[in-house]
Design a protein around this ligand. Structure first.
Ligand code: AMP
Length: 215
């Protein structure tokens, strides 16, 4: 089973990627994770990717395309397919990947699009608070603490990520939409997209995903 998972920041993509990988024995390929690992290990690929990532830019299509195709050549034994996460990110990447894999065992079968309204993403991301001491995660809208801004578990003051502010989130979501919509349209034209109503609880979302993949 060869899958793509797409979804904006805060859509729950990470959580469901992990469940999908375990449940369907897929090789989880996250291009962002591969770049971060290479940067940490200071490889040539890492050095090249870092120069773009540090500026908040996308890594050039050609480099990402080669990386993904190479990774697919070396899937771990026993993988029943792949779950691509973070790729393709542009229409050019989608076209190149399609051309390279069409009619082969690596052709994309299903695209799972984790759809969550912007106002919910806003609350999920902007409402997120973590305890710097014990790591407990809260949300002022969905999982508030008993006492405002104080960790229920250890009594420490909570903190939030500096880049989780309204203005930067608006830009990130806008960028995400404008880049991914053409990719979704490209796969929709091949009848490969399943939209998951991801503004739901875990089990309801998982149920939708399983039904979509059983088809
Ligand atoms: P992510 O963890 O998916 O948000 O990716 C982190 C960063 O890695 C992005 O901001 C890009 O700079 C780079 N990156 C990851 N995937 C891609 C991709 N498919 N195309 C271009 N750049 C990518």
């Amino acid at each position: 089973m060869n899958l793509l998972i797409m979804g904006a920041p805060g859509s729950g993509k990470g959580t469901f990627s992990s469940r999908l990988k375990d449940n369907y024995k897929l090789a989880h390929i996250s291009t962002g994770d591969i770049f971060r690992k290479n940067i940490k290990e200071n490889t040539a690929l890492g050095q090249e990717a870092k120069s773009y990532m540090d500026k908040g830019l996308l890594v050039p299509d050609d480099l990402v395309n080669r990386l993904v195709l190479d990774t697919l050549q070396n899937l771990p034994d026993g993988a029943a397919g792949y779950l691509l996460d973070g790729y393709p990110r542009t229409l050019e990447q989608a076209k190149a990947f399609d051309e390279a894999t069409k009619g082969t065992a690596n052709e994309v079968e299903t695209v799972l699009y984790m759809d969550v309204p912007h106002e919910v993403l806003n609350k999920r991301i902007l409402g997120r608070r973590t305890c710097p001491k014990c790591g407990e995660i809260y949300n002022i809208y969905f999982k508030p603490t008993k006492e405002e801004n104080i960790c229920d578990s250890c009594g420490n003051e909570l903190s939030y990520r500096a880049d989780d502010n309204e203005e930067s989130l608006k830009t990130r979501l806008h960028e995400y939409d404008s880049m991914t919509q053409p990719v979704i349209d490209f796969y929709a034209a091949q009848d490969k997209v399943t939209t998951i109503d991801a503004d739901n609880d875990f089990e309801t979302i998982w149920d939708q995903i399983q039904k979509a993949l059983a088809k």
